[in-house]
Write a protein that binds this ligand. Sequence first.
Ligand SMILES: [Zn+2]
Length: 556
Amino acid sequence: MPNPYDVERSWPDYFLEHRRNTVERAGTYKCGDLPVWTVHCPSGYLGNSTIIEGEDGLIVYDTGVNTEAGAVIAEEIAKISDKPIKAIFYSHHHADHYNGTNQLVTHEQVASGEVKIYAWENFLHEMANEWGEILPRQSMGVAYYGGAFLSPEDEHHHGIGTIPAGGTPGFIPPTDFLAEATVLEIAGVTLNVFYTGGEAISEFGIHLPEFDMVMIADEFFTGIPNMHTIRGSKPRLPDNYIGALDRVLELEPEWLLGSHIIPMQGKDHITESVARYRDVTQYLWDQSIRLINKGYTPVELQHALKDLPEHLVEPPYSVPMYGTPITTVPEFFTGWVSWFSGDSTDLLPTEPRVKAERFVELMGGEDAVLEEAKRYHSEGDHQFAAELAQLAVRTNPGNEDGKLVKAAALRALGYREINPIARSWYLTGALELEEAFDPTELLVAMTSMLGGDKSVIQLVGGWRYLLDFEKAGTQALTVGVRDAESSEEVTVTLRNGVLITTEGIADGADVVVSATAAGISGAEISTSVVSGDGAVFDLLVGLLDRQMVGFKMHQR
Ligand SMILES: [Zn+2]
């Protein structure tokens, strides 16, 4: 719906400058006289690929986010050398690092051992788990944080941090797994692999002593670490980021390459930039802990630490363009203390809707509250305007004027924000309030994009989170499921309002069914009964809450 409280589009200067210095410099960069090239943001997509030419073959470090990016990388490789690719490294399990592979090598070349694909030992586990049990919530979060609905003028992925814009996955699974610091010799090039585990728990770096070079994946880039992404993920470990960066400082390389940066050259420059980047990471952590120990709560921490001290800012690296203090420091509170502020008033607060209704009544009703919201908005306190409008919308979800005022206030906040993730979230919140997209359609589309192909066993393993415990009551039953393709088997037992999944078919199962992944994930579950009473399986399916309902982040 059109919004009468129009906010003129604007960008902070640094937002635009950062865009010019990062993704707008897409291209292939050769590292001086060395036989090493980085394809930066292939075709504008996030996720670099680095190519090393050895004596009798090539080594590729990361392959981009989709086959479209992979095709561009393949074209660049063709310009560089006609030697065969001997090895590919997947620096970690995030999707922008392995989905161009089938454009570079074939499945047959990998299967025959002609090309080895290296990854850390936990790569496949983490990959399956990255979009795991909270996939629906993450799917919504990804769209907000990545700016899926923003116009091109508002987008800025600077090589990291937003959704990969779809495309076709071209992943080929790794063949060789690394579990500790390892020295490899490939095509006459020595590669010292070392574990890092910061941006992702499956992450590692590579030191190339002959070239005085380190490849550090996503542990260093054009924006301070996103120490716990607000899109939803498992926590990340600041200590691992710091350890990775300390390793670079120890090695003092002449060249520093990464999966989202243009190659950097010069020992002093690299040491200085990496040290600052490392120190800003520690600064946010240590100062959060210092203030937590003085009784600061999450919002107080945000306000105390929201602006980085000037000496810690160094464009385009040590800048709040990926992580930012406002999203990072509350996470230290949650991670190190808990979600609880410490004031027992906050232990089990009045439900937000009820609290809003009572506040609005005390404040003179919805109209009075919205008039004040508009006044604060026009006077430039968009945050407080949004908070007032939030009360009105919470009280009355049908209050269209309230939604539009809140949308305008969030849009104004977004246009003032340099951090691309926070900016996207504000602007997408405004679009949600204006009903520019349907949350359920969004949920269905994003879930299928991010969820990947799951096996029957994985799908059945996820049922525990779908059980409607009220419907289940005190019922008890045991169902065996066989994967029609792999013949793997699993048993699901319902008892005490929980589903327990165990390997194999249990003795005395009420029913055993055979299923395919398509049959079990469709709107109507279809399986064939192998033995026992098919009605018991139907009963179990009836207890699962399988409906995908999109939810609103800004209207509750
Ligand atoms: Zn990445």
